[in-house]
Design a protein around this ligand. Structure first.
Ligand code: ADP
Length: 438
């Protein structure tokens, strides 16, 4: 090929390349102008400068916010620990170090192992784990896996703290742990429980004495000639004092139950008919005031139960008291007792307390035997109770080896049922001279 043709071709290629660059540069400039909102012909520099300024300011604000957040996290009395997705501790505040008895700054960098140590020989063995406690590590692992976890953990430190630990996985995959010190709360709860225990114990003795005195007075009044109004007043004092004794007993029981115990039972053979009659008599006045008719249907062949007569009376009083209280429109409240045979055993005694009052919504039914559970305070005239009555009923029934259940239809009424094991029959004693001997 002649040299001038080659030179021409090279010049054409060069021109094309240079032209291509120019077009590309112009396109890029147009894009930048559009981004920084500058018209063609205007200088791009000031707009770029302003954009850079805004970016620097946004960066400063983000840093400030992160610092403020870190300051706040350091300040709060709640322990906060942040772990990354591989369960390495990224940061932990002062409270977290304090709660876990870890030297300041020693938590970041620790790693929570993927699985618990293979063998735990006992509390004497110091097992150094990621966060210093196997249960804390388990909370972190579960939160990383399932999204959230919680537990109450007794920290191993010298203060013997009880920590409530909650952990959540964040949208970025980190795990945040929140530690609250429950020790002070538990201490206050213990003080309150002891206070209630002491107070109700102290109250019960004088109240019981007043009750005995009014009972004696009621009996004495029958023998002398006093106006019926006086008899009526003394009877009312008697009934109300009975309620006070009942309340003091419930408070005492609550304190015992909160301390982890159950009401103490004094076991003996118990005839239920007089227990039922006693409870009905004590609540008759209350029932009259509520326009409720109290009835009892006791089977004549009712077996004896092995139990604590006073506690069983309390169980019935609680159920009857509720049945009357929750029958705002009046109506009948019936207490029934009948034997229920169970092959191969001495059988059961079934107690039922039936009312036709407000009933209990089906959603609440499984929970009414829980301590402090109340369906709706607004449903009862003159306020509610303590929410403890049924919890105590359950404790007493279970303490007798029995069980309690309820059937109810809202707006129609409720039937509470207690099943107690009947006492085994007393072995027959050989009569002297009957000719039987072994
Ligand atoms: P309280 O002291 O509030 O009566 P209880 O433990 O005895 O506490 O009862 C718990 C809750 O169960 C009551 O607040 C009430 O809402 C419901 N309840 C108990 N007995 C009855 C009943 N016979 N009829 C309707 N609701 C009842």
């Amino acid at each position: 090929m002649p040299p001038d043709v080659v030179a021409l071709a090279a010049a054409v290629v060069l021109l094309a390349v240079v032209g291509g660059f120019a077009v590309a540069r112009e396109r890029e400039l147009r894009r930048i102008r559009r981004l920084v909102r500058v018209r063609a012909g205007q200088s791009i520099e000031p707009a770029l400068e302003a954009t850079r300024g805004r970016a620097t300011e946004a960066e400063r604000q983000a840093r400030l916010q992160a610092e403020e957040l870190a300051f706040l996290v350091a300040l709060v009395g709640t322990g906060v620990i942040r772990l990354d997705g591989d369960l390495n501790v990224v940061s932990a505040n002062r409270a977290a170090h304090l709660f876990l008895d870890a030297p300041t700054g020693s938590l970041p960098g620790r790693h929570v192992p993927d699985r618990p140590p293979a063998r735990l020989d006992g509390p004497g063995d110091a097992i150094v784990t990621g966060l210093g406690d196997v249960r804390l590590d388990a909370v972190a692992r579960t939160a990383a896996r399932n999204g959230s976890a919680a537990d109450d953990v007794a920290s191993g430190g010298p203060d013997g703290r009880i920590l409530s630990v909650r952990a959540r996985r964040s949208p970025s995959g980190d795990v945040w742990m929140i530690l609250d010190d429950l020790s002070e709360l538990r201490r206050l709860q213990r003080i309150r429980t002891e206070f209630v225990d002491n107070l109700s114990h102290e109250l019960r003795t004088p109240l019981t004495t007043v009750r005995l005195l009014t009972e004696t007075l009621t009996r004495d009044l029958e023998e002398i000639d006093v106006p019926p109004r006086v008899v009526d007043l003394v009877q009312k004092i008697d009934v109300e004092t009975g309620h006070l004794v009942q309340m003091a007993t419930e408070l005492l029981d609550l304190a015992r139950i909160e301390q982890g115990g159950v009401p103490q039972l004094y076991i003996d053979d118990v005839e239920l008919a007089p227990v039922i009659q006693g409870a009905v008599d004590r609540l008759r006045l209350f029932a009259e005031r509520q326009h409720v008719r109290l009835r009892s249907e006791v089977a004549p062949d009712l077996p004896v139960v092995l139990g604590d007569g006073e506690r069983l009376g309390q169980l019935l009083m609680n159920l009857l008291h509720n049945a009357i209280k929750f029958s705002p429109g009046g109506g009948d409240v019936t207490v029934r007792a009948r034997p229920t045979p169970v092959p191969g055993t001495p059988g059961l005694v079934t107690l039922e307390v039936e009312d036709h009052g407000v009933g209990i919504p089906s959603d609440d039914l499984p929970r009414v035997f829980e301590r402090f559970y109340k369906v709706d305070k607004a449903r009862v005239r003159g306020g509610g109770g303590t929410g403890l009555g049924l919890a105590i009923v359950r404790h007493i029934a279970e303490g007798h080896g029995g069980r309690v259940s309820v059937e109810s239809v809202e707006g129609q009424g409720s039937t509470f049922r207690v099943e107690l094991p009947a006492a085994p029959p007393v072995p027959s004693v050989d009569r002297p001279g009957a000719g039987t001997s072994r």
